[in-house]
Design a protein around this ligand. Structure first.
Ligand code: ADP
Ligand code: MG
Length: 325
């Protein structure tokens, strides 16, 4: 089983930032309103995530770290409301690192902890803890040294972790996030309201005031596909497309077609080597999109890619024109 889990880990867990993504998603699925992320050594020596979510009971702990045990499977694979549903993340992480999970359900008066080291699961022991869940991952990839060799510098891994937290934080403005580790990458994102005002404040927290105060508001709908969010004015550009945040039905995605639509929208106003900054949210019938093509890559397949592209290009061009740019 450890070997199967390590193979799965090769798919799901590419680098420390993938661990952070999976654990933050679990915390969000558990309904947490506060998520604290701490890292050391670019996430390779330590990743610790503390949430104040529902928690899980002591007898569920062994299941949580076993393969294909998920509490989230819905009958309809297209209608996935929660972020996780494969039951692969924890066993994968446990097979390549030293993982510990301690949890106390809301209202319970005791907590318990379980450990997994390179695939070996310990027994559940009682511990003292606040309601919610703390997951610690130490010595990532110690059990798969070949994978360790692929890691970039500590600084690059820390930057990737910061990106993951920012990306998730934009989708959940009402959740308070903090990230600590190195000063350069620490984040403190207080909770804001879940409405449009809150989103703009979260955008200011994550993407900076200069962007939030000058960005063009984007709003459009066509054939049941709704688009909203913000896109930068042509004078606010970047040398890479890192600051382009896309969400499909509340889930962060990275996708070449969406990046291509942005290039198309700004084609006449930006030189090829400059990139707009955007935070764009698409909502559409979940049956018309597949966001689970690959567990780690978060790319997306639309039933009608042309419609989505046209909607984005049209909405941004319209916003550029009406603002006189
Ligand atoms: P998935 O998220 O796909 O279900 P995971 O391996 O990520 O699979 O998690 C396995 C299970 O462990 C989850 O279905 C959930 O029941 C439980 N779990 C994991 N993290 C948390 C958490 N932070 N709070 C409460 N339950 C959790
Ligand atoms: Mg999960």
């Amino acid at each position: 089983d450890t070997v199967i889990n390590q193979i799965a880990a090769g798919e799901v867990i590419e680098r420390p930032a993938s661990v952070v993504k999976e654990l933050v998603e679990n915390a969000l699925d558990a309904g947490a309103s506060r998520i604290e992320v701490a890292t050391a050594g670019g996430g390779l020596s330590l990743i610790r995530i503390i949430d104040n979510g529902s928690g899980i009971t002591p007898d569920e702990l062994p299941l949580a770290v076993s393969r294909h045990c998920t509490s989230k499977l819905s009958e309809d694979i297209h209608d996935i409301r929660s972020l996780g549903f494969r039951g692969e993340a924890l066993p994968s992480i446990g097979s390549v690192a030293r993982l510990s999970m301690r949890s106390r359900t809301q209202g319970a008066d005791s907590a318990a902890e379980i450990g997994v080291e390179g695939g070996r699961v310990s027994s559940v022991r009682p511990v003292a803890a606040n309601p919610g869940t703390t997951v610690e991952v130490r010595d990532l990839f110690f059990a798969t040294p070949a994978r360790l060799k692929f890691m970039k510098t500590e600084r690059a891994e820390t930057a990737a972790i910061t990106e993951v937290v920012k990306r998730m934080a934009l989708a959940f403005p009402e959740v308070r996030f903090s990230l600590s580790g190195t000063d350069r990458n620490s984040l403190e994102l207080p909770s804001v309201s879940a409405d449009g005002d809150g989103l703009l404040r979260r955008i200011a927290q994550v993407m900076g005031k200069e962007f939030s105060e000058n960005a063009l508001a984007i709003e459009a709908e066509r054939e049941g596909v709704a688009l909203s969010g913000y896109a930068s004015i042509p004078s606010f550009t970047r040398g890479n497309a890192m600051q382009q945040y896309f969400y499909v039905n509340g889930r962060p995605v990275r996708d070449k077609q969406l990046a291509g639509a942005i290039r198309g929208a700004y084609m006449d106003v930006l030189p090829r080597d400059r990139h707009a900054v955007v935070a764009l949210f698409l909502s559409l019938d979940p049956a018309l999109v597949d966001v689970n093509v690959h567990p780690a890559k978060a790319d997306v397949r639309f039933r009608d890619p042309g419609l989505v592209r046209g909607l984005i290009v049209g909405a941004i061009r319209h916003a550029l024109e009406t603002s006189g740019m």
